[in-house]
Design a protein around this ligand. Structure first.
Ligand SMILES: CN(C)C(=N)NCCC[C@H](N)C(=O)O
Length: 273
């Protein structure tokens, strides 16, 4: 008999994909020659927002800026812990201008915003997990940024090295299921260096382990509220494992966004107060 899980209401910041496109290639998923169906992308995104709201979560929006096609990936703009906003310094010059509108939004919502000196991409690589923050490096966010984040947020930052370019952000290879007590996660071990795998196995002996099929279906780019897991419908084996553990998978298809290398979590910035 699986455990009964209790959801916690979340506050999310999102950005409508009004100017979404694949115009450049900064990860192996992006093919500017493959067309994006913009109206399908819009419909998929609105479906996600509707699903969050019907599950009791608060959703705020930042105004999209023309010429910034990846701005829809709100998770990459910052990581917010205890109301403190640790902003981003994108690696790709094409994405750097996204920081200004996001910082402006956070400031107008009353938050202090820290401007990092080292390359880092928000919740793409910083994954708050209760007592600590799991932090990816290898493709985008630097070790120096891990140090800056720990100093500003006052939360231990545990560095993990990513080794597969298809999983270039930590949130493509891992997500948090529970952030209270011992906590728990789901992840794809082969996306990490041997040492980082050992660290994850030590911290999370009871983790849910995903297959490459689940991971390439963006199954680990999921959002969990403690009970519901908003998950890509292609990650069928992972959804089954989660259901066996008492979670409730809620499939939401963001296939148009996969063409840019993003999924559900990338479109979702969590504002932790
Ligand atoms: C889970 N992922 C990868 C994210 N958190 N963000 C998606 C960013 C996509 C963008 N084209 C880029 O390559 O930066």
């Amino acid at each position: 008999m699986p455990e009964s899980r209790v959801p916690r209401r979340r506050r999310f910041l999102v950005c409508e994909p009004r100017h979404f496109a694949v115009q450049y290639a900064i990860n192996p998923w992006m093919r500017p020659d493959v067309p994006v169906d913009v109206s399908l992308a819009q419909a998929q995104w609105h479906e996600l927002i509707g699903v969050y709201r019907t599950h009791g979560h608060t959703v705020d929006t930042v105004e999209p800026v023309p010429g910034l096609p990846d701005m829809v990936f709100a998770a990459n703009a910052a990581v917010v812990v205890g109301g403190r906003v640790f902003g981003s310094l994108f690696k790709a010059p094409e994405r750097r201008p996204e920081s200004l509108p996001y910082d402006t939004w956070f400031k107008s919502a009353g938050h202090d915003v820290y401007r990092p000196e080292s390359v880092c991409e928000g919740e793409g690589d910083f994954v708050p997990a209760g007592r600590w923050i799991l932090a990816g490096t290898g493709f985008r966010t630097t070790r120096e940024a891990h140090r800056e984040a720990q100093e500003y947020l006052g939360v231990p930052v545990i560095g993990l090295t990513l080794t597969d370019p298809y999983f270039y952000h930590l949130d493509t290879a891992l997500f948090v299921l529970d952030d209270e007590g011992e906590g728990n996660i789901a992840y794809y071990p082969e996306a990490f260096s041997p040492g980082s795998r050992e660290v994850l196995a030590r911290l999370y002996p009871d983790a849910v382990l995903a297959t490459r099929e689940d991971a390439t279906a963006f199954g680990l780019n999921s959002v969990c509220d403690g009970r519901h897991v908003f998950i890509s419908p292609g990650a069928t084996a992972l959804a089954e494992q989660l259901a066996d553990r008492g979670y409730v998978p809620v499939p939401v298809d963001l296939s148009e966004f996969h063409k840019a290398g993003g999924g559900i979590k990338c479109c979702t910035q969590e504002i932790r107060s």
